[in-house]
Design a protein around this ligand. Sequence first.
Ligand code: ADP
Ligand code: MG
Length: 696
Amino acid sequence: MERLSKIFGSLVFNDNVMEERLPRDIYLVLKNTIHQGKPLDIKIANVVANTMKDWAIENGATHFTHWFQPMTGITAEKHDSFISPTSDGNVIMEFSGKELIKGEPDGSSFPSGGLRSTFEARGYTVWDPTSYAFIRDTTLCIPTAFCSYSGQSLDKKTPLLKSMEALDKTAVRLLNLLGYDDVTRVITTVGPEQEYFLIDKKLFKKRMDLKFCQRTLFGAKPPKGQEMEDHYFGSIKPRVAEFMKELDLELWKLGVLSKTKHNEGAPSQHELAPIFTVTNVATDHNQITMDLMKRIADKHGLVCLLHEKPFAGVNGSGKHNNWSLSTNKGKNLLEPGKKPYENKTFLLFFSAIIKAVDEYQDLLRLSVASAGNDHRLGGNEAPPAIISMFIGSDLKKILRCIENDLPYSEELLNRMDIDVDVLPSFMKDTTDRNRTSPFAFTGNKFEFRMLGSTCNIACPNTILNTIAANSLCEYADILEKSTNIDDTIFEIIKDTMKKHSRIIFNGNNYAQEWVIEAERRGLSNFKTAVDVLPHYVDEQNIKLFEKFNIYTKEEVQSRCDILLEQYSKTLNIEALTMIDMAKKDIIPSVCAYSKSLTDTALNKKSLSSDIDCSLEISLVKKLSSLNACLDIKIEKLNTSLLESKNYPNPKENAEFYRDNIKVQMQELRAIADELESIVGKEFWPFPTYADLLFSI
Ligand code: ADP
Ligand code: MG
């Protein structure tokens, strides 16, 4: 292998390449634009575009695309080649500043939630120069934001960039008030840990549910699952190791800081964690990572499943969003230092996050809500649907001291026993971490653990940044009027703790008692995506988004509708797939097996009337009655799918899917799974869980 330092970022038009290739004055202007988020002059853009094109062609590119993240959550691209005809019938390779800065894809097929009528279907994409362009295969990909003609954002990236700006402004304002005059910029950093499954491609192709829905809709429990706990951190199988090696290499070429890889809890489940970086770049990198996982798996005869719950009965896949804030001076604002009780800046920022999480539990919950993630949250493998924060006992004691006006000395802290959790504390050792918490402080960052594996991290981070900005803004308003900053800081923390300490919970989030305790504390518990999504448009939330210019009221409404529609559409595809598989595969297989049993019995009888045929008879009876039940369930589900059309309103439609379709799908599955457990292996039409999970 070539030296890693040479490979890393070799397909990225990054700062080094820009400095090396652009004229010095152009480079400095561009850099300034990137750092200060200023618009780019067209003359500068022309030079940058030309340089970018030359570099891309040298590296094998023939096409370019504006790469964006519409509301589908995945990335979209439309490829244009660099060629441009000349008057003498030849072609030259061309790429203008205008093409770099702005694109006009026909956006009518992307979800807009009513923001764009088809007659003004065109949206436009705008270059996000803070995320570097890169080459994938033979295409130069230019990260962009996607907007409608009237300027409404149609993607996940634009609000994220706006939320980063809001947080930057308010955090800088607060820090300046605290006396940090040299702080001019605050960024949020993110390191997303990505879980996924790898299964054999040949087996994948034999299952329509995996092909259409990325998850199994049928499947009886295998004799062995994850109970032996032998897969987590287990040795990596050679085929998987080859895949991981190539994945790392390709990610490194694209400048993605892939760092850790290991096996996860379930058989065939794995994880990849990158080193953290600025949030918008981390978002792009996570999209690239998921995309490459799929492509590279395919090359190795594998399929990468990113669905939150590909298999019932074994762990699903999530994504841990590690999040922090740091200044242009390199200071991590969530670093407690050796003496956190003396670190006022840390305590103030920390308490701002406590306030934010408590005040906007619903927004955090809905930022991770999807049909797929509903299978995980609360399933004793992932955090519950209730938002709470783990902060460790030391920090909790410090904050309690401030809240109760107690002097805080190390000695007192050690003597104090103020753990008020009703449940036994999960972790005794403060250096250890509570893995059951949905939102845990892990030393110098918060780890938001409710994200599903397919989640585009732009959404949860937009919410995190915005709600944090809101707390910081309110703090800054108070401090601005204060005559004694130090005293006011403690007053603010005290007040926050009095109002919001209910959100802190260091105990076991998987315990049933917690659900009751959380209710007593008045915390919300939105069990499904459909329960929480309508809260997007609550007055308090719209006010927040408008205050920081993240979304207009119409944009929030459209997002809410799109997400609810996505929920219904997902379940609709799943239900139709189930019906198809049950009708065309399961019922005929059961009939074939019954016939074979019947033939056997008849043959036996014709041989001699006293041969025992009780087994065949009882099996055929059972199979026939289960098959008949299956048929009834199929018809019922079909009828309900038709009935769903009576509910055109996205919320009511999604509720219908949740309360009727989903329940019936479970009933249908239960019968099919029982059939699977009695039908002979050679008759069953699909690879089983045992085949799929232990295939590599
Ligand atoms: P775990 O035990 O959960 O695997 P690690 O300490 O290995 O935790 O870190 C997990 C992730 O957190 C990594 O992606 C890492 O880069 C990221 N991370 C570490 N520090 C920060 C930070 N200041 N901001 C954002 N992410 C961070
Ligand atoms: Mg983690």
